[in-house]
Design a protein around this ligand. Structure first.
Ligand SMILES: Cc1cc2nc3c(=O)[nH]c(=O)nc-3n(C[C@H](O)[C@H](O)[C@H](O)COP(=O)(O)OP(=O)(O)OC[C@H]3O[C@@H](n4cnc5c(N)ncnc54)[C@H](O)[C@@H]3O)c2cc1C
Ligand code: FES
Length: 347
């Protein structure tokens, strides 16, 4: 059994903000000693260990709604999932002073440039990563930001007052369109296409329930937006426990290897990559601090770019066509196909 837990930290909740009847924000203080490890990009998420009397704990990902360009603390916003366990536990039990184990920030739902013009499409709790992206782009970037935000009704809108304030502060660069289902019905592809027609050259970031993402994606394709400009964040619960000690499987035949060049944390590593082992397992077994959370192809924490060569993913529940077109792969699911592969985690 191998323990790779340098990315596990305990953070204290210093404030709990009731955003709506069904959503709370948890404000975590980041101790000075681990500030470098908690540097994050807008759009990234934390994985939180939520206590459970039944199973000991469950792990869930929550996007950071804070902006690294504005906020000292790290803030996640959790909305109750009807019948869900962890989201309701956090909404009911999180209090100031509570200490929770989390993994360091990760994820690839991140604009390449904050200077780009951005089209942000969110529904319900999908506002969280999008909020971080919007604030960051307005404060640290130079482009314009259009946010379409869908909710059942006005009482479900998270960050409503903050969004109004931002619109006042950045009148020429920020527009928010609230799509209230109670008034306009569910968003449809034709209606969104008409709304989005002027913006085919923007970069789009989508986050919300699957049917919402489907109609948004169809609308963006209909206005001619290139696939590489359409980014999705899928909210789903992890099935495994990334906080548990890790058992690294032995390769069946360690002599059958590809040659891997891996750019990680500013270093370039050269190492043999046994053909039956995933890249993440190889890196962890060699003592390298590669990013990961679920190790099951469900979260994108381990996403990296294939610069040269070819890999195959065993499972992929998170990367979409646009990510694959950019050369992204999941280290926790990738095995080598070609004899030489160059992988870059520092994209
Ligand atoms: C990258 C990413 C970012 C995300 N960001 C956000 C965000 O910003 N905000 C947000 O609200 N959500 C976010 N999510 C979704 C979030 O991770 C959860 O999927 C969501 O909160 C629902 O989790 P849940 O446990 O409440 O519901 P479910 O996962 O539906 O809960 C049911 C599950 O819990 C188990 N369970 C039930 N009772 C217990 C018990 N007593 N003990 C142990 N297990 C039990 C059941 O077996 C079942 O598997 C994100 C997801 C991802 C992947
Ligand atoms: S660690 Fe979650 S997809 Fe690889």
């Amino acid at each position: 059994m191998t323990r790779a837990d340098s990315h596990v930290h305990t953070l204290e909740v210093v404030e709990v903000i009731k955003e709506t009847d069904a959503a709370v924000s948890l404000v975590f203080e980041i101790p000075d000693a681990i500030v470098p490890r908690f540097r994050y990009h807008p759009g990234q998420f934390l994985t939180i260990e939520v206590p459970s009397e039944r199973t000991g704990s469950v792990a869930r990902c929550y996007s950071l709604s804070s902006s690294p360009h504005l906020d000292d603390d790290a803030i996640v916003t959790v909305k109750r999932t009807p019948g869900g366990y962890a989201s309701n536990w956090l909404c009911d039990n999180a209090v100031v002073g509570m200490r929770l184990r989390t993994l360091t920030p990760s994820g690839v739902f991140v604009p390449k440039s904050l200077d780009a013009d951005l089209l942000l499409l969110a529904a319900g709790s999908g506002i969280t990563p999008v909020m971080s992206i919007a604030k960051s782009a307005l404060i640290a970037g130079s482009g314009t930001v259009l946010l379409i935000y869908a909710n059942d009704d006005a009482s479900a809108v998270i960050f409503g007052a903050e969004l109004e304030d931002i619109a006042v502060e950045f009148p020429d660069r920020f527009t928010v369109v609230h799509w209230l289902v109670g008034e306009r019905g569910l968003p449809t592809t034709p209606a969104l296409r008409d709304l989005l027609l002027p913006y085919p050259r923007y970069d789009a970031f989508l986050c919300g329930p699957a049917p919402f993402m489907t109609v948004c994606t169809a609308a963006l394709r209909a206005i001619g937006m290139p696939e590489s400009h359409i980014h999705h964040e899928r909210f789903q619960s992890l099935t495994g426990d990334p906080f548990a000690a890790i058992e690294l499987p032995c390769a069946d035949d360690e002599s059958d290897t590809a040659a891997a060049t891996v750019t990680l944390g500013g270093r370039t590593l050269e190492l043999p990559w046994p053909r039956t082992r995933t890249l993440l397992d190889v890196l962890l077994a060699n003592g390298y601090d590669a990013p990961f959370s679920c190790r099951a192809g469900e979260c994108s924490a381990c996403a990296c770019t294939v610069r040269t060569g070819e890999v195959r993913m065993l499972r992929n529940e998170t990367l979409v066509d646009a990510d694959l077109a950019l050369g992204l792969t999941l280290a926790c699911q990738s095995i080598p196909v070609s004899d030489r592969v160059h992988i870059d985690f520092d994209q």
